[in-house]
Design a protein around this ligand. Structure first.
Ligand SMILES: *Cc1c(COP(=O)(O)O)cnc(C)c1O
Length: 353
């Protein structure tokens, strides 16, 4: 498909790496493509970054038809730019689209679009340690009527934001509150889809945890509030008695690409790893008996986020004495090494422009 290019005549000044933060600064351009039942995907274009007109009855504003992705482009030492497993994001977005009755995008077309857009914006990929260009592809239902049905019109876009190092003063373990009231998702719902609605439903518990000094919540399953699901917007892993365990993908958990990559790294290294149901009782017992050796969250933004304390029903349990565990550190080093091109990528995960 032809991608029309309408480049800005007033490019912005690139920000200083120390001011980046997460998702506050955007690049010069954005990608847009429209969908209609009659024409399929059409009008692919890269245009100056800016506001988009939207009809007041647009589906997304009323019925929440929205899905998104998150991946990064990294500046290697040799100056080249590479993405991490973009095809995985493309496939996951299509799974999310199917769940929300949004149109899917042909994998080859999506990869072509990602590549073209990152090429256009590649000068925005910062080079300071730990920094990257965060890519946010998203799609929303865009019918101009209030009727409730699968959408007939949709819009797909990609925006990009240079982001700072997630850890400014070394890797800091986070404190996590185990949430036993609100739930994020239920089996049969949209938990496995990366959709905005899941986030809207999560905010209340997140705010409550924050007020009590916790950075995120650990979600339990929506039916029994007994099985561990994930933490905030990350998947979660525990090292108990020398074995890594992580909740299996039951339908209500987001299938993280970082999660999948860590499992593959562990298997290659011969470290035992199991995907299964993990009950809060089992975790509580491991915390009380001291067999919980390490715990961490994993996702694109932080890569690996060590957990230094868990709080359940008002009882606080320190993990790894509040420090980063040995395996947690090793996994962080391996993954970030591959992502920035400092370690040889024997998995074939990186995609150079
Ligand atoms: C995106 C996301 C993750 C992490 O997925 P990655 O592909 O590793 O970035 C985990 N949980 C939720 C709810 C998410 O939205």
């Amino acid at each position: 498909m032809e991608i029309k290019m309408n480049l800005t005549s007033t490019p912005k000044e690139k920000p200083d790496a120390s001011t980046l933060g997460f998702g506050k600064i955007f690049t010069d351009h954005m990608f847009i493509m429209d969908y209609s039942r009659q024409e399929g995907w059409h009008d692919a274009r890269i245009v100056p970054f800016g506001y988009i007109p939207i009809h007041p009855a647009s589906t997304v504003l009323h019925y929440g038809s929205e899905i998104f992705e998150g991946l990064k482009a990294y500046r290697r030492k040799d100056g080249k730019v590479q993405m991490f497993r973009p095809i995985e994001n493309i496939r996951r977005m299509n799974n999310s689209a199917e769940r929300l009755c949004l149109p899917t995008i042909d994998e080859d077309l999506a990869l072509e679009v990602y590549t073209k857009f990152v090429q256009t914006e590649q000068d925005w990929t910062p080079s300071a340690p730990g920094t990257s260009l965060y890519l946010r592809p998203f799609m929303f239902g865009n019918d101009e009527s209030l009727g409730v049905h699968a959408v007939h019109n949709a819009t797909f876009m990609i925006i990009a934001s240079p982001v700072g190092s997630y850890y400014k003063e070394g890797i800091n373990p986070v404190k996590i509150m185990i949430e036993d009231e609100d739930v994020r998702a239920v089996r049969g719902g949209t938990g496995y889809a990366k959709c905005g609605g899941n986030y809207a439903a999560s905010n209340r518990a997140g705010e409550r945890a924050e007020q009590q000094g916790y950075s995120q919540v650990l979600w339990l399953d929506g039916v029994e509030r007994r099985y561990i699901e994930e933490v905030g917007a990350m998947n979660v892993m525990f090292k108990i008695n020398g074995e890594v365990v992580t909740p299996m993908l039951s339908g209500s958990i987001l299938p993280g690409i970082t999660r999948k990559s860590i499992i593959e790294v562990l298997k290659k290294e011969g470290i035992p790893v199991t995907e299964r149901l993990i009950s809060i009782d089992e975790l509580q017992k491991a915390m009380e008996e001291g067999t919980l050796e390490e715990a961490w969250g994993c996702g694109t933004a932080a890569v690996v986020s060590p957990i230094g304390e868990l709080c359940y029903k008002g009882v606080k349990y320190p993990v790894s004495e509040g420090k980063i565990g040995e395996l947690t550190q090793k996994l962080y080093d391996t993954l970030t090494g591959i992502q920035w091109g400092n370690i040889e990528d024997t998995f074939g995960w990186t995609y150079q422009l």
